[in-house]
Design a protein around this ligand. Structure first.
Ligand code: SF4
Length: 197
């Protein structure tokens, strides 16, 4: 019989050093993250094709309203739009308002729910059942992203390398940013076409 002692990781040492208590609040997981039901998030992934279709129309509608946003001022429109965006996307995707939404590339699975906030695929710790290594009850957001992306029309978008999160635009509206960018792109293209004519 081997008398080798098991190797203790730093995380195990910290856990062992904690005072023992029978009390664990009902709403937190073993790692003290807020416990959630993932039902709606998983529904969104299963219905990624429908949501992709819907989002394309919604984005066009928002772009049509560009003159309105501009006359109000994008800055002034921010608060009410953000209020709605946070609630709708919070309900559907457990959105964390990173301000640089990539749901259309990730099968409608929000990567900001990854405890490591990885934006380019899963870590090496995905469990055999497809759940997260940090949150054992949570399906890995990247396993879900792959499933959702395969239902979508642009199913290769998930292979695109994503930039690191720009923390300076956290808590801002991705809807308004995408709209303003699309509007200036449209104006630039119209300007170029006018010069050529
Ligand atoms: S990628 Fe960002 S904006 Fe999109 S759902 Fe996730 S946290 Fe929200």
């Amino acid at each position: 019989m081997s008398d080798e002692k098991p190797v203790l990781t730093q995380a195990m040492k910290v856990a062992q050093a904690k005072p023992k208590s029978d009390y664990k609040p009902a709403y937190v997981s073993a790692t003290r993250r807020q416990q959630k039901s993932y039902t709606i998030r998983l529904w969104s992934v299963r219905n990624s094709r429908l949501l992709e279709w819907f989002y394309a129309r919604f984005a066009n509608f928002f772009l049509m309203l560009h003159p309105l946003w501009r006359s109000i001022g994008y800055g002034r429109a921010e608060a009410p739009v953000k209020f709605v965006e946070r609630r709708v996307k919070g309900l559907m995707f457990d959105c964390r308002m990173c301000g640089q939404c990539i749901l259309s590339s990730t099968g409608m699975s929000c990567p900001m729910n990854c405890p490591k906030q990885l934006r380019n695929g899963p870590c090496g710790g995905v469990r055999a059942n497809g759940n997260c290594e940090v949150e054992p009850d949570m399906p890995c957001v990247w396993v879900q992203a792959w499933k959702g992306s395969q239902n979508m029309r642009d199913n290769a978008a998930i292979l695109k390398v994503q930039k690191p999160v720009d923390q300076s635009i956290r808590e801002t509206s991705a809807w308004l940013r995408v709209t303003a960018n699309a509007a200036s792109e449209r104006e630039r293209a119209a300007g170029e076409a006018g010069e050529k004519a």
